[in-house]
Write a protein that binds this ligand. Structure first.
Ligand code: GLN
Length: 473
């Protein structure tokens, strides 16, 4: 059956829909990928359109607005907030016939790498329920890896689409900054983040990206999408710059034996697939995570100031003056990690200290961009790991929030430079999927998708033990 046809009739036959929903709930009970799963919730307002994606169900990370679903951001503060509007990316997919069937779990406001920091549920990895699905878009990745939906939307501020996709053995696509509207994405760090796509097959991402991208008057950072001329004329092999790993990036960047094994397999496979390999160095690698967290926290502290218990969400009823209202609502509604980042953000932005932190971080960002310009003058793509380890155990104390932050070394690069990047599965090691990522120059998504597609022919995404191609079976 042609990719997608399998889903086309889902919403036109009640028995199919009922059977699918019952099956999806049964599977989701094992992994808790959805915070809300209500396949027909949006249909009253927006009936299925007869477009190229007709009847395709998809999941949406719960920091992306879909009317009339809740928009909790995984936070107690917004636990009862219902979205009055729909994000541009979702509305465009609905316009092409796809149907948002529910909201997926995440680390609170997208801050984290394991989905353990959601106020509501702990999502399990479909490969092994004792392990995390990665994060912060862990619900979207787990739902796709379990086959509940063919694709799901996530957001990637520092790796939150690519890392959970790698942990769950599926594809994670982060487009160029500004190519997909952020209207309706609850802002965490506006200058770093994009909406991205998680899917089990590259072909889904190929179909979804043209639908969601492009200028949106509601988001002034968007641009008219103009694909970069592919430098590859058919026949010329693509040159892949292999990131030199060495000692840079610190201890936390060192690859686990599983990821090292996957890295070796990718390096072995690429020449046979027609890629030419060369080594590239990134001198700024050592400084990127620190700079990323300075910028991300600074922006978060400003973006999250709106959640004051007055305009949105839960409000402390007993407060008898406005100051107390804000204090009580925020201290009860927000989790520890979010508070920590707001504090860090306000600290680095304090007057008199900006030179020391924020401006320095911006200078590192500029240096990193120059590094990439230099590298992309020589190569078409860069290959690098996604994360230093595969899916870790839930509750693993060695993966404390600080270690998790340091481990964002490979993913945060693309966000700091605004570049497109995509993670793809390369192997299963000791029962766990391992992914690598390609990075490309701005607006070279076509090349990125082609490269991942070529790899997919050699090594398609492995099926997780929960994956089922057909709920009718
Ligand atoms: N782990 C990173 C962070 O916590 C990435 C988050 C994201 O991409 N939303 O900031």
């Amino acid at each position: 059956m042609k990719n997608g046809d399998r889903w086309a009739a889902l919403f036109s036959r009640t028995e199919d829909l009922d059977r699918w929903e019952a099956w999806a709930r049964r599977v989701d009970d094992k992994i808790h990928s959805f915070l809300e799963l209500e396949p027909t919730r949006t249909l009253e307002e927006q009936p299925v359109v007869d477009g190229p994606l007709r009847g395709t169900p998809f999941g949406v990370k719960d920091n992306i607005a879909v009317r009339p679903f809740r928009l909790s951001c995984g936070s107690r503060l917004l636990s009862s907030f219902v979205s009055p509007y729909t994000a541009t990316a979702v509305a465009r997919l609905q316009g092409a016939g796809a149907v948002p069937v529910g909201k997926t779990n995440l680390d609170e406001f997208g801050m984290g790498s394991s989905t353990q920091l959601s106020a509501f549920a702990e999502t399990c990895n479909p490969w092994d329920a004792t392990r995390v699905p990665g994060g912060s878009s862990g619900g979207s990745a787990a739902a796709v890896a379990a086959g509940l939906v063919p694709f799901a939307l996530g957001s990637d501020t520092g790796g939150s689409v690519r890392q959970p996709a790698a942990f769950c053995g599926v594809y994670g696509f982060k487009p160029t900054y500004g190519s997909v509207s952020r209207y309706g994405l609850v802002a965490y760090a506006s200058s770093l983040e994009t909406i991205g796509v998680i899917a089990k097959e590259v072909s889904w991402i190929r179909r979804i990206f043209p639908v969601i991208r492009g200028l949106d008057p509601r988001d002034h950072s968007t641009v008219e999408y103009r694909p970069r001329e592919a430098r590859e004329s058919k026949g010329r092999p693509l040159t892949v710059g292999i990131l030199k790993l060495g000692d840079s990036g610190g201890d936390a960047a060192r690859l686990s034996p599983e990821v090292r094994a996957g890295w070796g397999k990718a390096l072995e496979a690429l020449p046979a697939l027609g890629f030419r390999l060369t080594e590239v160095e990134l001198p700024t690698l050592d400084y990127v995570v620190s700079a990323y967290y300075v910028i991300a926290c600074a922006e978060a502290s400003a973006n999250l100031a709106r959640f004051d218990g007055v305009r949105y969400g839960e409000r402390a009823p007993e407060a008898d003056n406005p100051e107390e209202l804000v204090r009580l609502s925020r201290s009860r509604g927000l989790g520890e990690e979010v508070k920590l980042r707001i504090l860090l953000g306000t600290y680095v932005l304090r007057s008199g200290f900006q030179d020391q932190y924020y401006l320095r971080a911006q200078r590192i960002r500029t240096a990193l961009r120059r590094d990439f310009e230099r590298i992309f003058a020589e190569v078409d793509l860069i290959l690098l790991p996604v994360y230093p380890c595969a899916a870790f155990k839930r509750g693993d104390e060695t993966m404390d929030p600080f270690t998790q932050k340091l481990s964002d070394v490979y993913t945060s690069l693309a966000n700091m430079a605004g570049l497109p990047a995509m993670s793809f599965p390369v192997s299963v090691e000791s029962g766990l999927p391992v992914g690598m990522q390609f990075m490309a120059p701005p607006f070279a998504e076509e090349m990125l998708l082609d490269a991942c597609g070529r790899y997919e022919e050699h090594y398609p995404a492995p099926d997780s033990p929960l994956f089922s191609r057909d709920w009718r079976a």
